[in-house]
Design a protein around this ligand. Structure first.
Ligand SMILES: [Ca+2]
Length: 317
């Protein structure tokens, strides 16, 4: 009798665990119709400790500090050539401020109309200025993420070095050390690909593919006297921040904390972006389960991922 009771009890406990874990999996994959991912209000650690044996990290990534962000939504994917062509066609009079069309751009201009190059519809748009990225996000009723929002979306709350964890990059996780002069558009991958390289929130290509514009002006000393709640960076500046590295760069630049910058009117082959949106008040109801599930995913990642970054690895950038 007692054994029967224990069997039933154990079965029920097992069933509850399965339901919980599958609930987490479903919840982690939950996205809005616009392919955005919810990131709950809360703190995370920003920056990189530059005093380390591998001599990784630049002065502007220091000091490491805690930042608390309000809840927000982040695009799960980089903006594609098809997305941006649609925007350009509705803003043709300003289009030349937003993108510079060359043979190495995934968008082309044919017979008075912008269109994605055939077969490249799901690749990221590239050679976009900051002004183009900013205008696109506003057109979608979104905005560029702040630098802090971008970094939290890339690394979560456990200070990981790359979006997938601390393992050294390879081309199964990230477009990495590829040359456009050799591979052409094959340096890039579709924006929804490489699921092994997603961030703790399931966001694709936070490392590699195209560098991503964010809202903030760049300041080398921004972290010295940072704001701890929803920081927005310097009030003005000369250049805007880009994050995440691109297909060409070495591991050092693919780190979640690396800060690049460029003038907002500059066009380069590797410039793309994604958008964010502040969360509406009611969405905070999702936070407790979300945090629990993300924490569980991070613990799994820690368990299964050995820290393989060696001193030799650091010599390869
Ligand atoms: Ca990217």
């Amino acid at each position: 009798m007692e054994n029967s009771f224990l069997k039933v009890f154990n079965t029920l406990v097992g069933l509850i665990m399965v339901l919980f874990l599958s609930g987490c999996a479903t919840h982690l994959q939950k996205i809005t119709p616009e392919n955005m991912v919810f990131i709950a209000e809360g703190p995370f650690t920003m920056g990189f400790a530059i005093e380390n044996d591998n001599e990784w990290g630049d002065m502007d990534e220091d000091p490491v500090h805690e930042v608390t962000l309000s809840a927000y939504w982040m695009d799960k994917y980089e903006i594609t050539s098809a997305d941006f062509a649609e925007f350009l066609n509705s803003h043709q009079s300003s289009a030349q401020q937003f993108i510079e069309i060359t043979p190495s751009v995934t968008v082309e201009f044919v017979e008075g109309k912008y269109q994605p190059r055939t077969g490249l519809e799901n690749l990221p748009v590239n050679r976009v200025s900051w002004h183009g990225a900013d205008a696109y996000c506003q057109w979608k009723d979104k905005r560029l993420p702040t630098e802090a929002e971008w970094e939290k979306a890339a690394r979560g709350i456990d200070q990981r070095i790359f979006p997938w964890g601390n393992e050294f990059p390879d081309n199964s996780r990230v477009t990495f050390r590829r040359k456009f002069s050799k591979l052409g558009f094959e340096v890039m991958e579709p924006v929804d690909s490489m699921s092994q390289g997603v961030s703790p929130y399931g966001i694709h290509h936070m490392a590699g593919n195209v560098w991503e514009w964010v809202a903030d002006w760049f300041g080398g000393g921004t972290y010295e006297d940072h704001e701890s709640k929803d920081p927005k960076g310097p009030e003005t500046g000369i250049s805007k921040v880009l994050r995440g590295g691109n297909w060409y760069y070495k591991a050092y630049y693919l780190r979640t904390t690396y800060r690049f910058n460029e003038r907002p009117d500059q066009f380069n082959i590797w410039q793309g972006f994604r958008c964010a949106r502040p969360a509406a008040g009611g969405k905070k109801l999702l936070s407790p389960l979300r945090d629990l599930c993300v924490s569980r995913k991070i613990e799994e990642s820690r368990f299964f991922t050995a820290f393989r970054m060696t001193r030799n690895a650091s010599l390869s950038f």
